[in-house]
Design a protein around this ligand. Structure first.
Ligand code: C2E
Ligand code: MG
Ligand code: MG
Length: 644
């Protein structure tokens, strides 16, 4: 497992653990708040009970006082009727006091309370016994003895009862204080625990946030297919090195797999993906601390390597063994790579380093026998040209600096003009710039599609104009880059422009370069079918230069095959094999009922050979170079060539 994956897994684990800690902390806080509520309820209940107890005790004291007053009143009363009432009231009060005593009993079971309760109880028993004596003496007319009892023993009982009540009261108060203290301690503890939990939750959330943002940073900066860094992350890392003044210790290396396109086409894109993953894993296994690998789209990788380790890296990279998964297990494949290298200098920004090694890689791509190229300053010229073209291109379109030239196609059997190809030219600063100076740049940067439609629009406008002026045009082919096939509305856009000029397919042909290969074969096939449906011809351009196979012709219902002019180079040197090759290719194309035209026909010998080989059509300087609009119009009016 790569270091990065391990780091990511660790981050995910830490984030999970901290989430769990935060949740546990939250649960703890909830538990504490529940406990606090319970404590509060217990406290309230205890207080209520204690207050009730106090209230009952004091009520007994008060009622006793009342009872005593009634008794006095009774002793002093002469009226027997009133005496009866007072006695009756005193009896009732006695019952009430006894009822309160019973209720107090409920609250005073156990401990010291019980002792005081018993004191009050026996005091009251004694009191009421004495009351009976007093009443008896009073009724017997012995008021003096009754009064004596009142003063002495009855008073003693009351003092005794009140003393017990007071004792019990202070006990209750002490009890309430203790409960309050205990509860305060518990609340303090709970508060401290809650604070601790909150700190745990806070810290855990913070850690979780840090790791989550780290994971998301990793994801944002990661190429999802290979797990390598992406271009942005490499750029940021390079900027960091630059700020620390360490970039100059590094070498930028741009790497791509040789013939990766072929692997993709031959084995399919899922195998291609697996190859890329293994390749990236092998590259990243070669890195040491501080170095970085990034994928820059497709099979393009960029590395920042310590300069001292570049030599060893370049020695290892030419042969990399990869497993190619297939139906019957996997096969081994040895991959070769192309590399462009640039050693960073003091003044360089990271973008300079990456640009320079990419330029060197582009150079390596152009070379046949060299796969590893160090950057040279002359390559900057190309970079400058690139930037210049990209900057000026859009303005050029708006200012209509792009012109369409027409190169005739000729039927060699009667030397008659039979069609033409629209070829773009850029009139920049008064000079005509040929397409090879800007088309490959625009194509590489994905900017060509606008220009193609600009040219096609011009072609349709010219055809409309010729028709309106009574000049019979020929079928005009327009070049479209393979990049269009990625757009689902490619065909619709073509039809839309034709509709704008009220044209049907009679005079239109679409040229698609054969080197587009199979990568978008399904899109190509349905595009060609759609064109056929609308009577628009399609042709396969530059046949023989790319990854073509004759099976492509079989499966693709194109109308015309354009043999690349490079086929004719061999003819000059009398290469018999080439002659046989062309003859057989032409025969096969015709057997598949496709038309065939050869580009680059410059000599009568070419014409002779091609007609003998069965190729009826030609395009080349022998007949005409690409002509400006007005010159081509003259050719339309005089469509037969005189070739001596
Ligand atoms: P192509 O489509 O294969 O066009 C034929 C090229 O061969 C033209 O070059 C033409 O001038 C050249 N040619 C024709 N006959 C002869 C000959 O007898 N001898 C020699 N030496 N050359 C001959 P040109 O116009 O420079 O165009 C180069 C390429 O630029 C085109 O190759 C085509 O791939 C591309 N291109 C031109 N216009 C457009 C366009 O509007 N869109 C796109 N996507 N590509 C275009
Ligand atoms: Mg062409
Ligand atoms: Mg061509």
């Amino acid at each position: 497992m790569s270091k990065k994956k391990r780091r990511n897994r660790l981050s995910i684990r830490i984030a999970l653990i901290t989430v769990i800690a935060a949740l546990a902390g939250l649960a703890g806080i909830l538990r504490l708040s529940y406990q606090m509520r319970q404590l509060e309820q217990t406290y309230n209940r205890t207080m209520e009970e204690n207050y009730e107890k106090m209230e009952e005790m004091h009520r007994i004291s008060r009622q006793l006082q009342q009872h005593q007053s009634m008794l006095y009143a009774y002793l002093l009363e002469d009226d027997p009727g009133k005496c009866d009432t007072l006695e009756k009231n005193a009896k009732e009060l006695e019952f009430e006091i006894k009822a309160v005593l019973t209720s107090l009993r409920e609250h005073t079971r156990g401990g010291e309370y019980e002792t005081y309760y018993h004191d009050i109880f026996s005091g009251l028993v004694g009191y009421f016994k004495n009351v009976e004596f007093i009443l008896d003496f009073s009724k017997a007319g012995d008021t003096a003895t009754a009064a004596y009892y009142m003063k002495t023993s009855l008073q003693d009982y009351i003092i005794g009862i009140n003393a017990s009540v007071d004792h019990m009261g202070s006990l209750v108060e002490a009890d309430m204080r203790t409960v309050r203290d205990q509860i305060n301690v518990k609340i303090l503890q709970a508060n401290q625990e809650a604070m601790l939990m909150m700190v745990v939750v806070g810290v855990a959330t913070l850690i979780c946030l840090v790791f989550c943002s780290r994971i998301s940073d990793e994801m944002v900066g990661t190429d999802l297919l290979t797990g390598a860094a992406n271009f942005d992350r490499l750029l940021k890392y390079g900027e960091k090195l630059q700020k620390k003044g360490k970039l100059k210790q590094f070498t930028g290396i741009a790497v791509s797999i040789r013939n990766f396109k072929f692997i993709n086409q031959e084995y399919g894109s899922s195998v291609g993906d697996s190859v890329l993953q293994q390749y990236a894993a092998k590259l990243s296994a070669m890195l040491v601390k501080g170095e970085m690998l990034a994928r820059n789209g497709g099979d393009n990788f960029l590395l920042l390597l310590h300069t001292g380790r570049v030599k060893a890296f370049l020695e290892r990279i030419p042969r990399m063994e990869i497993d190619v998964p297939g139906e019957n297990g996997s096969d081994k494949m040895v991959l070769a790579s192309r590399c462009g290298m640039y050693q960073a200098e003091e003044k360089d920004a990271i973008s300079d380093v990456l640009d320079a090694c990419t330029l060197a890689l582009n150079d390596a791509r152009k070379q046949k026998n060299v796969d590893q190229v160090w950057f040279e300053s002359s390559m900057y010229g190309e970079l400058q040209q690139r930037k210049d073209v990209l900057e000026a291109y859009r303005i050029g379109l708006v200012e209509r600096e792009f012109l369409v030239y027409y190169q005739p196609k000729v039927d060699m059997r009667n030397n008659h003009l039979c069609g033409c190809e629209a070829l773009v030219r850029w009139k920049r600063n008064g000079k005509i710039v040929p397409p090879y100076e800007f088309i490959p740049i625009l194509e590489a940067e994905g900017n060509i599609t606008l220009l193609d439609f600009y040219v096609f629009d011009t072609v349709c406008r010219d055809i409309r104009d010729w028709l309106d002026r009574g000049i019979t045009p020929v079928r005009v082919s327009s070049n479209f880059s393979k990049l269009h096939l990625k757009n689902e509305d490619f065909a619709d856009k073509i039809l839309h422009i034709m509709e704008k000029y009220h044209l049907d397919g009679t005079y239109i042909e679409v040229e698609l370069t054969e080197s587009s290969g199979y990568e978008s074969f399904d899109a190509l096939k349905s595009f060609v079918a759609c064109m056929k449906e609308h009577g628009i011809h399609t042709s396969i351009d530059d046949f023989g230069t790319g990854y073509s196979s004759l099976s492509l012709l079989k499966d693709l219902d194109a109308d015309m095959v354009k043999l690349d002019r490079s086929f004719l180079f061999g003819l000059e040197s009398g290469n018999v094999l080439i002659e046989k090759l062309i003859t057989n290719i032409v025969r096969m194309i015709r057997d598949l009922e496709r038309d065939v035209i050869c580009e680059g026909v410059e000599t009568k010998r070419h014409v002779e050979f091609l007609t003998n080989a069965g190729c009826p059509y030609a395009q080349g300087f022998l007949y005409d170079r690409p002509l400006p609009h007005d010159d081509f119009e003259k050719r339309l009016l005089s469509p037969v060539y005189q070739i001596d």
